[in-house]
Write a protein that binds this ligand. Sequence first.
Ligand SMILES: [Zn+2]
Ligand SMILES: [Zn+2]
Length: 138
Amino acid sequence: MNKNREECYVLTEKLEEITWALDGSCNDIDCDKYMYKRLLKKKYKPVLKHSYSCIPKLKMEKEAVMRLLSLKKFRQFRYKKCEVCGRKIDSLGKHYAIVSFTKPAEYNGKRVYECKLIRTHKKCKHKVSIPMGWQKMG
Ligand SMILES: [Zn+2]
Ligand SMILES: [Zn+2]
């Protein structure tokens, strides 16, 4: 992998994480929108309210990551293919959406969660069907 591609990949992952979090699949375990709350065995007691504690912080992070990703050196990596209609999407554009699914799995005898992402246009998002054995996040 070349250095730009690698850097772009890391930033894109970060952006995706922020995007789901803004969509209500937060990765903060203390938050009332924690993405795995339905899968937690223990009684779940959130102490943070997503809309007050996380959203302002996430918006700032998103802006910072987007600013980096729109640098010219990453231009060739920013277009993805919509998994519903097959057309091109600008991963920094407002039509880009990610639908995420999760399922429990076992790894070295430990329970972990696998995650699957489907990249689509916002308008194609409702056509994504839930893959067998997976649960929709958020
Ligand atoms: Zn949150
Ligand atoms: Zn599409």
